[in-house]
Design a binder for this molecule. Sequence first.
Ligand code: PEP
Ligand code: MG
Length: 355
Amino acid sequence: QPHIGGAMGKLLGWSDASRRIAVRANAETVEAVNTALSFGAEGIGLARSEHMFFSRERLVALRRLILSEDADDRAKALTGLVDFQTEDYSAIFMAMHGRPVTVRLFDPPLHEFLPRTDEDIDETAQSLGLEVRALKLRLDRIAEINPMLGHRGVRLAITYPEILKMQIEALCAGVRAASARQSEPVTLEVMVPFVSTVSEVVEVKRQTYAIVEQAGLPPAARERFAFGTMIELPRAALRAGDIAEHVDFFSFGTNDLTQTTYGISRDDAPAFLSAYQRKGLYDLDPFVTLDQKGVGEMITIAIERGKRANPNLKIGICGEHAGDPASLWFFSRLDVDYVSCSPYRVPVARLTLAQ
Ligand code: PEP
Ligand code: MG
């Protein structure tokens, strides 16, 4: 594991004493979690749960859960998916020894989970016991022209409640497994991505708590359990007052909030922005350094409205800007409780926030 010792370690230690805002890390593997801890992370502020589904075996099970029309088959896929995530989650909870772990519900567009090549479609049809033609029809029905603004984030949890059930059951099982092996109570925070309306939050919260109560958590973990939402769409920022009444925390996703406030694709931005910069139209890349006047204003409004409606609301920042010094200076002037950045940026965040 990386380790910061010597004069730098001493300086970081001193700086922690004068820092008000906590520093967490974005991580979803035990390796990344341990790296983050060795750099002084005080929690995991963003575990992108969809990153746990890259392996073939998991993807196949997830496709069965989404595409199978046979209830028994879906139930079997659900059990399999819960089982292998339980180990992943309990390992992360144990590595964190009771520090907070914010797990975000599935976020990517639905199509990222679905078969695309002919070979993949053939194989998936076979595993589902479907005709290739029937599977293609089903895939056509859910295909999208602009998936990044389509069927992703909270919308998946609402339209595929099986996915939500699978995720919350796996998290509860992970908490129970870690609690059986370790004395520190697990601090699990569930976070909902890509929210734009309060009704989405209310619906996912109702289902989440129903599953938690049914699955069961050890009492100390149940007491610490928190439910929150990402604020990464302008509508959510403006309606922060309504949303705050139903959640324990907000975490600002500054990548999507920048994308949607500007209306610039975060994936296509680099070529486009360099032309703007050459012409002197932008002095900074807003995906690297927070745009204080626009996106920053959106965040400021959301914090004010959210805190007014719910004074106990905790505020985090988890987009890339949480590891950028100039952006951190801006966040440090707001009523923010923690930032969450990539593990290797934790020391920079600790120092900047102490400054
Ligand atoms: C964000 O949008 O800023 C965020 C943290 O989520 P992701 O980058 O996974 O979309
Ligand atoms: Mg996002």
